[in-house]
Design a protein around this ligand. Sequence first.
Ligand code: SF4
Ligand code: SF4
Length: 345
Amino acid sequence: MLYRVMAKSELPSLIQGFMESYEVVAPVKRGNRHVFDVVETPEDIVLDYVQTDSSPKKYLFPPVEELMRFDAQMNLVEDFSKVVTPRVIFGVHACDISGFNRLDVALAQGKYCDPYYKAHRDATMVVGISCQPGAECFCNLMASDEVQYGYDLFLYDIGDKYLVSMSSVEATNILEACCDISEATDEDRKVFRHLTRERQRAFNPDIPHVDDVPMLMDVFHSDPFWEELGSRCLSCSACASVCPTCYCFDIVDVLEPDSCQGVRERHWDACTNPDFALVAGGYNFRPTGRERVRHRMYHKLNGFMVNHDRMLCVGCGRCVSACKVGINPIEVLRFFERKGAEDAK
Ligand code: SF4
Ligand code: SF4
């Protein structure tokens, strides 16, 4: 990996450089919240945010996406090629880039590549930014507090400068054209190491680190804990909407009033929806909140790990705020911590 240093005062010039050829999406302030949105000027961007309400996933995997057009009467599908907007997602935290990398595994790198997701991903540059953890962040427990790939540039705040990790030729060319960059000095590296250690110490120590979570989930699969957790679920889908790694979807055919021409769309779905597992014949293979919430937590903390050697949860903490009845991975970690304490008695 190549590293260079740029002055913070040059940031507007870098963003302006991206704006010449790309739509730029970045964190902006809306009231007392932060969201990712399209920006018109560098001044719109707010980089010292703790967490945005929802993740930038929507730019790679839109909430509603047209898949194809068809003529139901002629039984014809129109030729369809995805038109995507060349875009830079600027100011993304390591946890959300880790989220993109998880989505890549699920949607772009498997046996069946999702061409729609891949088209967005290929047309998107990602510029990461270092951050300070909030009280609900636990990316450090999910191996997502640092990221080594999945971005074009990553800016580490080292005071009045950024240490820039450069990972793509295209972004590096823009950086070099817009900013006066230099080699990192020993002092820059020292400051970087010091701030990295400080950040590690800033994570909330009350969120338990539990070893062997996937194995424990198998052992306690029938524990009454899941009944209690599931009975609280409102099936509101807020957790899946804000999550950077949820990728469940439904397919909907929308017919014109003439009942001939139509559009096939995919819409975000959530495994906590009561009819998510409803199949033909009226059978529902996850009929209760217990099964649905348990399935969600298993996918995040067990199943994806078993298949891909990493958790599907990146510890961004968004569902901790979004779920109004306190269902989130931290509660699962706390349950296993309690179980461990009981076993030790
Ligand atoms: S499950 Fe919750 S904490 Fe984990 S990645 Fe999704 S929103 Fe973030
Ligand atoms: S777990 Fe919470 S946020 Fe998710 S669907 Fe249930 S009530 Fe809504």
